[in-house]
Design a protein around this ligand. Structure first.
Ligand code: ADP
Ligand code: ZN
Length: 819
């Protein structure tokens, strides 16, 4: 380093680092930077810091000269620097800060959500024997439990406490271990938990050319010839071919015949798209017009949000592909969000076909190692496109030019666990921060997005027709009040006709299992989950009663456990029962089923679709898994067994959801030459969500629904934040809920009384879930700023008063992002 450069570095060197810890704590903390790290530490790296007697991972978010007022003396030092280069660049940090602020969620935890799993280091307690302990073991005067435990520790050396307790469940207890430590027999220390995901390397032999060397053995000659043919080959491959080659390799290396290098290998995802060629079509006039609008936006380098409203099959995906091509040509990058990627192998294939290896796949069903490698490809700028479900929004691109959100209305974009973000809303924010183009596409846009388009916040682009002018299917509604049994005559006739004409059919029923629940008609008893406030679903195949929310599972008894009645019967039909009925009705036809139960194995999903694609399956029964993105020309009939399941869900969006589901299911019929036919069975034949879906009339539906939202003051006319307390203990949870209500009312009285309503506290729609009791309180208001202020204040005060009670508090900010 030149003197000048060195001086600059010295000037830049800061004394103190601000760290966001990867724990549920709102505050950030300051640490002293030890001399040895001063030159290397940067914002966006992971550090190991002491925290409450433990060592935890944190993220450096700022370097400063002075700590905030009044905490100088207490500062501890950073213990370790975990990265050589920042994992988080300033742009991403800004994005994470926004998320932390908006969702009222600790910054460290937000960053953790955005990084691939497995990058966290944790400390853990580690046991080892002291000399006294070892002596005691040798003398053999320990009780059996102690002897077993000590023998294990002696055998393993440093043994994680958790693992030891797991090895002997119910024997050596935590208390005993600490007692032994007190007696001086054991050491218990804090160590760093290993098992962090690391890059995977392989050793590669590179052939350097023939040098004069006297080859002695036949084997040497053979190997050299093999290497010469291949020029470059991994050591594993060589070892698979030749027995113990290492000596020979050494001699080759010494003679300069080969060199051996270490090279990182990329674990590629096991979710493979089917490789099929998708010809690149000339855009239609409609597509061309839209593309020229988008092109202007891309060239402008300014934030430009678009909502593309186009029926299924109208050519939206082709627009995404071309827009991305244009972005890449400018040397920029793209994020593509699709709901549940493994459900849409077709879309993935189209991207692979167009962009080859220039894309990374990011989503939660990949293995940890795969996810890490894919993510690093993005970080290093080795690919320009990231495609995936929710988590792809965190792809660490530095020159983001476009974000595409396909099926932007999909509820699965909302993360329901921990950080409750809405991917579509994050896409809006990230595109805005990056001055990028944003394409939201859907056949049934969310009310919020369409409202934003109406208000001019999004530019609305419309594709009114299917490609090739193929007509939308004819939809008929059947009133089930006048029907007996599960399937109406009309559906049976349509299925029969399709079988005869060798066409395929889909039957949609949004409930899995055999019977929804089991009832004793004599005493009214139903089987309930002890952990959740729901009934157990009957599954025939594995003879079980299952909870669909936790892992609870029992064998169904022969008679009623309450009154010993023997007439137990199943109520409410699921896909398993539907499949059975179809088989009985149409013997000899090939019936498939696609739901969570039939798709647990890794490739089972794709296998079921393959069978449909190659014409093997005549009738496919399924839950909403069959709704998404598949394009099967020979499917000409779709039956909706019950349109009512989603209609009665206790959520103000249930009407919208019903309309979306019906429209999407209907869109599966008639993608080929024949006009499709759809029959919707319902007990509510006059409901506008069903009638509008029948007419493929999104705008009509929007107009009616938006009036309801307005009248009832629901989003987008107001904003909602849901507060929830969750705890194992019923009484304490109730008490925390009451406290939440009290603080809420107090806050309203004190300062923000205008324009905010508090509803509740009351028990949540599912008052018990996975063994935890749940209460909630809803805050509703016009001004998001005020609402947010109340939420923050409530969080602060409540957190203090429920500390140590085992009750947790969480905040769910309703996804209505209005710019
Ligand atoms: P969407 O995403 O709206 O469902 P797609 O982009 O998948 O629509 O288009 C539907 C079908 O039409 C696909 O098979 C696609 O390959 C084809 N297609 C799209 N654009 C064109 C075009 N301009 N000319 C011919 N075929 C097209
Ligand atoms: Zn349960």
């Amino acid at each position: 380093m030149t003197n000048r450069g060195k001086n600059d570095t010295l000037k830049r060197m800061k004394q103190i680092v601000e760290v966001a810890i990867g724990l549920p704590i709102f505050k950030t903390f300051h640490y002293l930077i030890p001399e040895r790290m001063k030159e290397s530490i940067q914002v966006g790296m992971r550090v190991l810091v002491p925290f409450k007697g433990r060592r935890v991972t944190g993220f450096t978010i700022d370097l400063v000269d002075r700590p905030p007022e009044g905490i100088e003396e207490k500062l501890k030092e950073v213990e370790g620097l975990l990265d050589e280069a920042p994992l988080i660049d300033p742009q991403m940090l800004r994005f994470y800060r926004w998320i932390s602020d908006y969702y009222i969620y600790p910054l460290g935890e937000v960053i953790k959500t955005g990084l691939p799993p497995g990058l966290q280091l944790k400390s853990e307690r580690v046991l080892s024997l002291t000399q006294d302990g070892r002596n005691a073991l040798l003398q053999g005067n320990l009780d059996p439990v102690q002897e077993k435990a000590f023998r294990e520790i002696d055998r393993c050396g440093k043994t994680p406490l958790k693992r030891l307790l797991k090895t002997f469940p119910g024997e050596a207890s935590r208390l005993q271990l600490f007692a032994w430590e007190k007696k001086g027999l054991l050491n218990i220390e804090t160590g760093i938990k290993t098992g962090e995901i690391k890059p995977k390397f392989e050793r590669v032999i590179q052939y350097q050319g023939r040098q004069p060397l006297k080859l002695q053995s036949k084997k040497q000659k053979e190997i050299l010839k093999w290497l010469e043919e291949r020029r470059e080959v991994s050591c594993t491959e060589l070892a698979n071919r030749f027995k113990s080659p290492s000596k020979i390799l050494q001699s080759f290396q010494a003679a300069g015949l080969i060199s051996i290098i270490k090279r990182e290998i990329c674990r590629s995802p096991s979710v493979q798209p089917e490789l099929k060629a998708y010809p690149k079509p000339e855009p239609t006039p409609d597509q061309r017009a839209i593309l020229s609008e988008i092109s202007k936006a891309i060239q402008s380098n300014r934030f430009s949000p678009f909502l593309i409203h186009g029926v299924t099959g109208s050519g939206k995906t082709e627009i995404y592909l071309r827009a991305i091509e244009e972005v890449l040509a400018l040397g920029k990058e793209a994020i593509v969000l699709v709901p549940e990627i493994s459900l849409t192998p077709q879309i993935l294939s189209r991207f692979k076909d167009r962009f080859g290896g220039n894309l990374a796949l990011l989503h939660s069903r990949l293995g940890k190692g795969e996810r890490y490698d894919q993510w690093r490809k993005v970080l290093r700028g080795e690919v320009s496109i990231a495609i995936g479900a929710r988590s792809a929004i965190f792809a660490p691109f530095k020159k983001l030019g476009i974000i595409v959100v396909d099926e932007e209305h999909e509820p699965s974009y909302k993360q329901e666990d921990k950080l409750k973000y809405h991917t579509r809303d994050l896409a809006v924010v990230r595109a805005k921060q990056a001055d990028a183009t944003l394409l939201l596409g859907s056949a049934t846009p969310s009310l919020e997005s369409y409202y934003n388009a109406e208000k001019g916040k999004f530019r609305l682009l419309t594709l009114p027709e299917r490609i090739g002018g193929r007509p939308l299917p004819l939809v008929e509604v059947v009133d089930m009040k006048e029907q007996e049994g599960l399937l109406s005559e009309k559906v049976k006739v349509a299925l029969q006709k399709n079988i005869e004409e060798k066409k395929q059919s889909l039957l949609f029923l949004n409930r899995r299992g055999f019977a929804h629940f089991i009832l004793c008609p004599d005493c009214g008893f139903t089987f309930k989950c002890p952990n959740c406030s729901v009934t157990l679903t009957h599954h025939l195949k594995d003879r079980s009663l299952q909870c669909h929310y936790c892992d609870y599972k029992i064998e169904p008894p022969g008679d009623c456990p309450k009154c010993r009645g023997y007439r137990l019967r199943g109520i409410g039909v699921g896909t398993e029962r539907l499949e059975q009925e179809i088989r009985a009705l149409f013997p000899g036809t090939e019936v498939g089923r696609m739901d969570r139960d039939t798709t647990t194995r890794k490739r089972s999903h794709q296998q079921i679709l393959k069978k449909l694609e190659n014409g093997h399956t005549d009738i496919l029964v399924g839950t909403q898994m069959i709704v998404k993105g598949h394009d099967f020309p020979n499917v000409t009939f779709v039956g909706v067994v019950s349109a009512d399941t989603s209609l009665h869900f206790p959520d103000f969006r249930s009407t919208e959801r019903t309309f979306q589901l019906l429209t999407q299911v209907a869109g599966r019929a008639g993608r080929g030459e024949t006009v499709g036919k759809v029959i919707i069975q319902t007990f509510n034949p006059d409901h506008y969500s069903i009638l509008r879906a029948k007419d493929h009339d999104f705008i009509g539906f929007y107009k009616e629904e938006i009036q309801f939202r307005d009248a009832l003051d629901y989003p987008p006319f107001s904003r909602l934040i849901n507060f929830r307390v969750v705890g194992n203990n019923e009484k304490r949870t109730k008490k925390a809920a009451e406290e939440m209500g009290r603080i809420g009312q107090l806050l309203l009285k004190q300062s923000y009384q205008k324009g905010i309503d508090l509803l509740g506290p009351s028990t949540a729609p599912f008052s018990k879930m996975k063994g935890k009791f749940r209460w909630q309180m809803l805050a509703k208001g016009k001004s998001f700023r005020l609402l947010h202020q109340v939420a923050r204040e409530l969080a602060n005060r409540l957190e203090d008063s429920i500390k140590g009670t085992g009750v947790n508090f969480d905040i769910d900010v309703d996804p209505v992002f209005i710019l």
